[in-house]
Write a protein that binds this ligand. Structure first.
Ligand code: GDP
Length: 364
C-alpha cells in the first residue's frame, strides 16, 4: 500500500490485490498521473468492474464529512432510486444543506412524467428522513438540466465547498466532469491532482478560486442486482440508452421472465397489461406459471440469456416478494427493471436473494 491516491476515485493505490480497490499493476505506479485499473478501464473502455470496498472503512471516510462545513450534492440514479439511498446518510450530513440530483433521466422513456418522478424521489428521501432544499432532474451524460443545477449550487453554497455523494455508479464522476467543464471550460478532467495525506479520502477539484468540489467514492449497496452477476454481464442489465417499454397483456396463471434474473407471476386478477421498463437487451419471455419452473431450469442460461448466469439462481438462492396491487403501480426491481401493473392484480416476483423489490405508485 502506498500513500499515493488514484486521481480517478481517490482510493489508495496498491499493487498487491487485484480484487481490492485502488489496484494498479506495479509498472503503472511510477506514472505521474497514476489511476487505478478500475478507473483506467472505465475511462478508456467504459468497463465496469467489481471492487470490494470495505464498507467499514468506507463509512469512516464518509463519517468524516460530518465534521466539515459545506453543501452536499446527493446524486440519485433515476432508474434505481432505491439503491441510490445511502444508509446513515443523515448522520453523515448533519445539518448541512442537501441538493438532490436525479441523474440519468435520459434513460427514461418519454412517457415518464418527470414531475411525478421528482415527487416520488422526494417521498423516498422523506421516508429515509432526508430533506433536500432543492431537487433537479438532470442527465450528466447528455448535459441536460446542469445549468439549473449550477444555479442551485451558486445560490445554496454561499462560497462553501461542495461535496458530491452517492452510491456507486449513480454518475458522480460524470457529473463532476461536466460541472468542471461548464464552470472552468476545461476538457476532460477526472481530477486535478493527487492529494496524499489528506484527512478525508476524498478528491478535491477547484470550483472557483475559493471553493472546491469534493468527489467521494461511491458506497456499494448490496440490494443492487449488479452484485449478483459478472461484471461482463452488468452492461447487459444496465440501460445505456433510452428505455423502450414493452407491454404484455397477461392472464392470471401466466409468468413473465425478465432474462434469468427475475420472474413475475400474475397469480390472480382480470386480464391486465404489464409494461416492462428495463435495459433493451434483457430477454422477455412469457410462459404458463404451471410450467415456469421447468422452463427456467432448462433455459436459464440459454433462451433467457443475456445475461449469462452460471446457475439457476432463482431456484437455488431466490427470494419471492408478493404484492396485492390495488391501484396502478410500479413494481421496482432494484437496478434491473420497473414493471407497471394495473390495479386489481396479485403478483409474485422472484429475484436473487438480497435484491430488493418494492411496490410504488406509478410514475408512467
Ligand atoms: P460514479 O460511480 O457515481 O462516479 O458513476 P460514473 O460517473 O462513473 O458513471 C457510472 C456509469 O453511468 C457510467 O457508465 C456513465 O457513463 C453512466 N452515466 C453517468 N451519468 C449518466 C447519465 O446522465 N445518463 C446515462 N445514460 N448514463 C450515465
Amino acid at each position: 500500500m502506498s500513500d499515493l491516491k488514484c486521481i480517478g476515485c481517490g482510493a489508495a493505490l496498491q499493487s498487491g490485490d487485484e480484487t481490492k480497490k485502488g489496484y494498479i499493476p506495479e509498472s503503472g505506479m511510477k506514472r505521474e498521473d497514476a489511476i487505478c485499473r478500475r478507473c483506467y478501464r472505465l475511462k478508456h473502455y467504459n468497463e465496469i468492474m467489481d471492487v470490494d470496498i470495505d464498507s467499514g472503512e468506507f463509512m469512516t471516510m464518509l463519517n468524516s464529512l460530518y465534521e466539515v462545513d459545506g453543501l452536499i450534492i446527493k446524486v440519485i440514479d433515476a432508474f434505481d432510486i432505491n439503491a441510490s439511498l445511502i444508509p446513515s446518510f443523515n448522520r453523515i450530513v448533519g445539518d448541512k444543506k442537501v441538493i438532490a440530483v436525479l441523474n440519468k433521466t435520459d434513460l427514461l422513456p418519454k412517457s415518464v412524467n418527470v414531475n411525478r418522478l421528482i415527487h416520488r424521489a422526494k417521498l423516498m428521501l422523506k421516508e429515509n428522513g432526508i430533506t433536500a432544499v432543492d431537487m433537479v432532474a438532470v442527465s450528466a451524460l447528455k448535459n441536460h438540466g446542469l445549468d439549473r443545477l449550477i444555479d442551485m449550487i451558486t445560490s445554496h453554497a454561499g462560497g462553501k465547498d461542495v461535496y458530491v455523494v452517492g452510491t456507486t455508479n449513480v454518475g458522480k464522476s460524470t457529473l463532476i466532469n461536466q460541472l468542471i467543464k461548464m464552470t472552468t471550460g476545461d476538457g476532460e478532467v477526472i481530477t486535478t491532482s493527487r492529494f496524499p495525506g489528506t484527512t478525508l479520502d476524498l478528491i478535491d477539484i477547484p470550483l472557483d478560486e475559493n471553493a472546491f468540489i469534493y468527489d467521494t467514492p461511491g458506497v456499494i449497496v448490496p440490494s443492487q442486482m449488479a452484485h449478483y452477476i459478472s461484471k461482463d454481464d452488468l452492461k447487459h442489465i444496465t440501460p445505456s440508452k433510452e428505455i423502450k417499454p414493452v407491454t404484455f397483456q397477461l392472464e392470471s396463471g401466466q409468468t413473465l421472465f425478465l432474462s434469468g434474473l427475475a420472474r413475475v407471476d400474475f397469480e390472480a386478477g382480470d386480464r391486465s397489461s404489464f409494461t416492462v421498463y428495463a435495459s433493451n437487451q434483457l430477454t422477455l419471455h412469457r410462459t404458463k406459471t404451471s410450467n415456469a419452473e421447468n422452463f427456467y431450469e432448462k433455459h436459464y442460461s440459454g433462451l433467457l440469456a443475456p445475461p449469462e448466469i452460471e446457475s439457476p439462481v432463482l431456484m437455488e438462492n431466490g427470494k419471492t416478494f408478493s404484492f396485492d396491487v390495488t391501484e396502478d403501480s410500479d413494481i421496482e426491481i432494484s437496478g434491473y427493471a420497473f414493471i407497471s401493473v394495473s390495479g386489481g392484480a396479485r403478483v409474485s416476483v422472484h429475484v436473487p436473494k438480497g435484491v430488493e423489490v418494492n411496490l410504488r405508485q406509478t410514475i408512467f
